[in-house]
Ligand binder design. Structure first.
Ligand SMILES: N[C@@H](CCC(=O)N[C@@H](CS)C(=O)NCC(=O)O)C(=O)O
Length: 252
C-alpha cells in the first residue's frame, strides 16, 4: 500500500519521523530495525495491541486496517511494514540497502513480497505459541465491539477463529506450519547462491525484513535443521547491535 492519503488532521500536522508501533509486533520490529540501521531519529507512539489501542478512531484515521505499524514523515503516512522499510531506505541518507544490480534488485523485491505473505503464518504461530494468553483475554463481545469500531474483516475473522479454537483454527495453524517451512527452505536455496546475505553480496532490505521473521519463528521454538545456512544467517543478524536495540531490548 505504501503512501496512504490519510484524512487524519493529527497525522498531517506531524513534522519529523513518527512511528506508531507495538513493542512486540514483528512488523513494528522490522521498522524500528530499519530506522536504527539508517540512524534516523524518530518519535515513538506506542500502541499496546493487548489494550486495543489500535482500534481507536484516531489510530484508524491514519491506519484503516487497524494494525501496527504506521509511519508518519512530515505529514506523509506510510502503511505496510515492508513498504515502510523501503520508504526509510529511499528517503534517508546513509547506507543504501537496495542492490543496484537489476537481477539482485528483483530478487530482493520477491523476498520482501514473500516476507509480507509470511505474516499470515507468523501471526497464527505467534498467537498459538507465544501469546496464547490472548485467547482468554478476548471475548465474543470484544470481537463484536472491534468490528463496530471499524476493525478489518480479516482481523475479525482471524480473532474469531483463534478464540473459538476449533477446526478453523487447527486448519489455520496447519497451513501456517507448512507455509513457514516452505518459505524457510526457499531462503535456504537463496543463501546457497549468495553465500552470505539474502539481499546479495551485501546486507540489505531482504535481510532486514526476514530477520524479524527468523527471530519470531525461533521464539515460537521452530528451528529448521535442514536449513543450516538460514539458521546461521538468522543468528548472525540477531547479534547485530542495531537488531538488539530495535528488537531484543524491547522484550518485557
Ligand atoms: N501487512 C501489515 C500487517 C500489520 C499487522 O497485522 N500488524 C499486527 C501486529 S504484527 C497487528 O497490528 N495486529 C493487530 C491485532 O492482532 O489485533 C504490515 O506488514 O504492516
Amino acid at each position: 500500500m505504501g503512501v496512504f492519503e490519510s484524512q487524519s488532521e493529527v497525522a498531517k500536522s506531524l513534522r519529523g519521523v513518527h512511528l506508531y508501533h507495538f513493542a512486540l509486533s514483528n512488523c513494528s520490529q522490522r521498522c524500528r530495525f530499519a530506522l536504527e540501521l539508517k540512524g534516523v531519529k524518530w518519535h515513538s507512539h506506542h500502541r499496546d495491541l493487548s489494550k486495543r489501542e489500535h482500534i481507536t478512531p484516531e489510530h484508524l484515521a491514519s491506519n484503516p486496517n487497524g494494525v501496527a505499524p504506521t509511519l508518519v514523515h512530515d505529514g506523509v503516512v506510510v502503511l505496510e511494514s515492508n513498504d515502510i522499510i523501503d520508504y526509510i531506505d529511499e528517503t534517508f541518507p546513509g547506507v543504501d540497502f537496495k542492490p543496484k544490480n537489476p537481477a539482485e534488485a528483483k530478487a530482493v523485491r520477491d523476498l520482501l513480497d514473500s516476507s509480507s505473505q509470511a505474516h499470515t503464518a507468523i501471526k497464527a504461530l505467534s498467537h498459538e505459541y507465544l501469546i496464547s494468553a490472548r485467547r482468554q483475554q478476548i471475548s465474543l463481545r470484544d470481537i463484536h465491539d472491534m468490528k463496530k469500531a471499524g476493525a478489518s474483516d480479516e482481523l475479525i475473522g482471524f480473532l474469531s477463529d483463534y478464540c473459538s479454537n476449533g477446526k478453523e483454527w487447527a486448519d489455520r495453524l496447519d497451513a501456517a506450519h507448512k507455509d513457514a517451512r516452505a518459505r524457510v527452505l526457499e531462503l535456504e536455496r537463496r543463501l546457497k547462491v549468495t553465500e552470505r546475505w539474502l539481499s546479495g553480496p551485501a546486507f540489505g532490505l531482504a535481510d532486514m525484513s526476514w530477520a524479524v521473521n527468523y527471530y519470531r519463528l525461533a521464539q515460537c521454538r521452530m528451528s529448521f535443521p535442514d536449513a543450516p545456512m538460514y539458521e546461521e544467517w538468522g543468528a548472525s543478524v540477531v547479534e547485530m547491535p542495531a537488531f538488539q536495540t530495535a528488537v531484543v531490548n524491547y522484550r518485557p
